[in-house]
Design a protein around this ligand. Structure first.
Ligand SMILES: [Zn+2]
Length: 261
């Protein structure tokens, strides 16, 4: 549709208003910031840390948002009809050329610029960030040698950017049983570098694929393919819940291609 585009994440949303354009209107639809008005200030830019987005506004403010499962930023030309329900909008940032609308965001908070580290400083190196540091990611992963590798790479404190899809897919690509302790992974370095390659290859894609095939039903090796035959060996793919008690997530794997160590 002309006059709008969907911002892909992580990609620096809302980057359409990040070129120094001055905000003409702001609307923070969360109780804490309901009366906050940042109109008149320029959007300096947005940086992504994992799925956290830091939008720097003026000299002093940073808007911290997180997409969680359902969130998204859309960019619209002024006057264009939104593609999601109005009640899902959490933030509206308007400039003359663009309106950026954040829908169903998991986090919306405005913090002093100097406090950015307090909101995302706990995150490991960002797989798609300008400061990506594979050695640091390996170092952090190595600090919990007994932890299951699938859990460890999903933990954003180790490295930021791997979601549940990539967790299962990266274990498959590495031939690793998801419950393999980190200490028994023969090359954490290779695993971490592969994560970077796979995420980087997908950063501009609407539909994420780890197989290289973007057709529906062919995009993943094991993710959401439980009971279906493994694409490599035909063994039925398995699924089980994995993770700390309150944060269990589904893990998919092929018991043949990813044997228990
Ligand atoms: Zn297999």
């Amino acid at each position: 549709m002309p006059g709008e585009r969907l911002v892909q994440v992580p990609g620096g949303a809302p980057d359409g208003v990040s070129l120094g354009h001055v905000l003409t209107r702001t609307d923070f639809r969360v109780p804490e910031h309901a009366t906050l008005d940042l109109a008149g200030r320029p959007v300096v830019g947005t940086v992504a840390r994992g799925k956290h987005l830091l939008t720097r506004i003026g000299d002093d403010h940073t808007l911290h948002t997180h997409l969680k499962m359902e969130g998204a930023w859309h960019l619209y030309r002024p006057g264009t009809r939104w593609r999601r329900p109005t009640h899902e909008a959490r933030v509206v940032l308007e400039t003359e050329p663009w309106s950026a609308v954040g829908f169903a965001l998991g986090v919306v908070e405005v913090v002093p610029r100097g406090d950015e580290d307090q909101v995302v400083g706990h995150l490991g190196p960002d797989l798609l960030g300008p400061d990506w540091d594979p050695d640091e990611a390996v170092r952090r992963l190595s600090e919990t040698p007994d932890r299951a590798v699938a859990d460890a790479i999903l933990d954003q404190r180790n490295l930021a950017g791997i979601g549940n899809l990539y967790k299962s897919e990266l274990c498959f690509l590495a031939g690793l049983h998801p419950w393999t302790p980190v200490a028994q992974v023969s090359s954490l370095d290779r695993l971490v570098r592969r994560a970077h390659v796979v995420l980087d290859a997908n950063k501009e894609r609407v539909e994420q694929t780890t197989t290289g095939d973007t057709r529906r039903g062919r995009r993943t090796w094991v993710y959401r393919r439980d009971k279906q035959p493994c694409r490599r060996c035909g063994t039925p793919v398995r699924v089980s819940m994995q993770g700390p008690d309150t944060q269990e997530r589904a893990t998919y794997w092929c018991p043949t291609c990813q044997p228990e160590a």
